[in-house]
Design a protein around this ligand. Sequence first.
Ligand code: NAD
Ligand code: UDP
Length: 328
Amino acid sequence: MSQNGAGTLIKTKPRCERNRVLVTGGAGFVGSHLCDYLVARGDHVICLDNFFTGSKENIAHLIGKPNFEVIRHDVVEPILLEVDQIFHCACPASPIHYKYNPIKTAKTSFLGTMNMLGLAKRCKARFLITSTSEVYGDPLEHPQRETYWGNVNPIGERSCYDEGKRVAETLTMDYHREHNLQVRIVRIFNTYGPRMALDDGRVVSNFVAQALTNKPITVYGDGQQTRSFQYVSDLVKGLVTVMDGPEIGPFNVGNPGEFTMLELAKLVQEVVNPNATIEYRENTADDPKCRKPDITKIKTTLGWEPVVPLREGLERMVDDFKKRLGVE
Ligand code: NAD
Ligand code: UDP
């Protein structure tokens, strides 16, 4: 409460010393690194997660900090909170995980995003959606710019995720247009680093774990398909830069270095275990043949670009994987 010039008591919003930030999916790989960054910056961070693919170990070191709290909740259900910013990361991201229960993945993408947008609208919070390079599908434009509309199979095994993220972007823009909500859209390209789930089947975690445990490195298909790999600390800085910046986006956030899966396998051999062998396996359906971000937009408008090269990033994740795999 405060007094206006006429001596009348007027109701004012209680002052919160810290920026209150909700990170959905905060116990996951990306979300937990983002929580680390925001807690260290001094924000009041609420980590919300249903622990489908996330884990308490990822955030255990933050428990007990005065500016960090955890809520077990599924974003498919609405929730009442008071926040200033929402980083919406809740969604399984690895193909094995999102194909495990595709209908739930689609519900998380649509209903989950709608609920978090509704929360942002009620709180007048700024909302950032962690979308994906998968919205470009099996791209016919290379490298991919944000202006490209994509080449996505709407009825394939990957559609629950690809189309889910596309509709999540649509909802985000419609809340902006209809309700004047402050929104940000980030399209994340393949990201790797410590805390990736050991069993998530993504290529970097698979290759590193296989090399460390003397199992063959499994290259799918002919290994000529390409991806661009970004280290997680670069992504976290990209997310915060977009959230705090003046433009909606969408912004590609990724590392433009492009590698075939065979090149990645050979690099993992060099960095992790020169004795590891390579084995070819049948590829999965609708696997995109190439992917590489054009990051001109975020570089020129917000000054962000990645700084960690792939070799260095792989070296940085080895200790964490060794510890969790129980190998020397
Ligand atoms: P992750 O699986 O490690 O994290 C996702 C988190 O969301 C987990 O903690 C999981 O338990 C939680 N979650 C899932 N469904 C939920 C629900 N219904 N309610 C509440 N919580 C739920 O994946 P990640 O790699 O950390 O990805 C985080 C976000 O970034 C995802 O939205 C993903 O689509 C996006 N993304 C990631 C990558 C990447 O390479 N890591 C690439 C593109 C986009
Ligand atoms: N891949 C592979 N071996 C593995 C796992 C994945 O060769 O053990 C390939 C997969 O076929 C794809 C690429 O690596 O071409 C990236 O797969 P990932 O699941 O990491 O991410 P995506 O970009 O497909 O979502």
